[in-house]
Design a protein. Structure first.
Length: 442
């Protein structure tokens, strides 16, 4: 198991450290209130907004209010596990977070990455001889024909109906053969000052590179993306920040590239791979120095393709990519595997966030300004902290193994914290891992 390559934190140190970071960051959020009407601190408001995502429980706060007011004698798991002094109402949380700039939370993604690095896990995140694969992709997380805010994108139908929606470009560290992803800072697709046209995914990606690429340059990143990114403007933007790209390249959208391959002897490599009782033939082809588009100023890239056939010769998978990395017989297999890892942002990220308890597409609150983006950012931060704890916290990992599945682990966590007051994360996770008895009910 790859877990034991890391230096695990004793007990739940990484979890406590990162929750403390969330609290400190929330304490510094913009506070629009004036005068003495500050019954709840911004720290409590931010942590309260974050807590349902961390605990995987939309009703977590309401349960803890009942515990605090009833059996808990003024104390709840909000206080003992998250350090929330007073629990605000849901409406107050939404009203106060609506004016918060979501980028003011971005430092928390860096804190998670730093915690993973301190745990010694960072070398095990690398691929291709020391590079780090960062997959980028956009996903819609809100849509309505009634609710809207100043940051909504719009889509007009033929019948005149207007849809309002929100989309985010997510970035995640991925690795072939691993089932986890580590979220990095996101970029939201929303109206931009000085632009008349509606914002788009390509522009958001280039904005992300301008704002964040220098921060991750020490990882020697290779950026992965779908065919929408394999355009000269995006490739040049990646190269401009000193990074590398490995993007999907489809024949329909890159006619010049594929015309260049016609009639040319293309190097190839084949291998038979046994998967279970079945055998498959993997064939890789590659060609250096092909133009990405028509024109004298066209960027030259290296092209590669992978085709997988079953024992009957039927194609079960086919894809092709372009990259600025040199492709040859020694690395084409690894490069194709790295390119295919782009799908992890679809499967291990968006699918998990939308269907495995994070409820990314649920409208937790839309607001008039930034609320929707702030709540999505807090959701992504919780997702990142869960992964960090799973990578580097031995008690968290033991609790998941005791549950038998990650979804069941969070179900057990919700059930216990709804009825019992735990003095610490150590107590809660050891109870979930059957390493300690649960505390007695109050």
């Amino acid at each position: 198991m790859f877990w034991f390559e890391f230096r695990f934190y004793d007990s739940v140190g990484i979890l406590n450290d990162l929750i403390d970071c969330v609290g400190r960051t929330c304490a510094g959020l913009v506070d629009k209130r004036q005068g003495r009407n500050t019954q709840f601190s911004m720290r409590d408001i931010g942590l309260a907004g974050f807590s349902p995502f961390l605990m995987q429980c939309p009703s977590f706060l309401s349960h803890q209010r009942q515990v605090c007011e009833g059996i808990g004698h003024g104390r709840s798991n909000c206080q003992t596990l998250l350090g929330i002094e007073r629990i605000p109402t849901d409406n107050h949380i939404r009203a106060m977070l609506d004016d918060v700039d979501p980028t003011s939370l971005n430092g928390l993604f860096d804190e998670v990455l730093a915690a993973v690095e301190r745990a010694g896990a960072l070398p095990s995140l690398t691929s291709l001889g020391g590079h780090t694969l960062i997959a980028m992709d956009g996903t819609q997380y809100f849509a309505s024909n009634k609710l809207s805010c100043r940051n909504c994108s719009t889509r007009k139908h033929a019948n005149g109906q207007i849809d309002y929606f929100h989309t985010v470009v997510a970035a995640c560290i991925v690795k072939p053969g691993k089932t986890w992803v580590l979220p990095l800072r996101p970029e939201f697709i929303e109206p931009q000052q000085g632009y008349d046209k509606q914002d788009c995914e390509s522009r958001a990606l280039r904005r992300w590179l301008e704002c964040n690429a220098a921060r991750y340059s020490r990882l020697d990143p290779v950026y992965l993306g779908d065919d929408i990114y394999s355009k000269q403007s995006v490739c040049e933007a990646v190269r401009a920040v000193g990074a590398h790209f490995l993007f999907v390249c489809k024949p329909d959208s890159h006619k010049t590239t594929y015309e260049y391959l016609v009639g040319v002897e293309v190097p190839s490599l084949s291998k038979t791979v046994k998967r279970g009782k079945k055998r498959f033939t993997y064939t890789w082809r590659w060609m250096p120095g092909v133009p990405i588009r028509d024109g004298k100023d066209a960027l030259e890239v290296d092209w590669l393709e992978i085709v997988i056939r079953d024992s009957n010769g039927k194609i079960t998978y086919r894809n092709s990519f372009i990259t600025d990395l040199l492709v040859d017989a020694d690395n084409v297999e690894d490069l194709a595997a790295a390119g295919r890892a782009r799908w992890k942002i679809e499967n291990e990220t968006f699918n998990t966030l939308k269907t495995k308890g994070y409820n990314l597409e649920h409208n937790f609150g839309h607001g008039k300004n930034n609320l929707s983006a702030v709540l999505v950012t807090l959701n992504l931060i919780a997702f990142a902290i869960h992964l960090a704890a799973e990578l580097a916290d031995i008690t968290w990992k033991a609790a998941i193994e005791a549950a038998g599945a990650r979804v069941r682990f969070f179900g057990n966590l919700r059930a216990l914290t709804a009825y019992l007051l735990f003095p610490s994360w150590d107590s809660l996770l050891k109870t979930l891992a059957f390493q300690a008895k649960p505390p007695l009910p109050s």
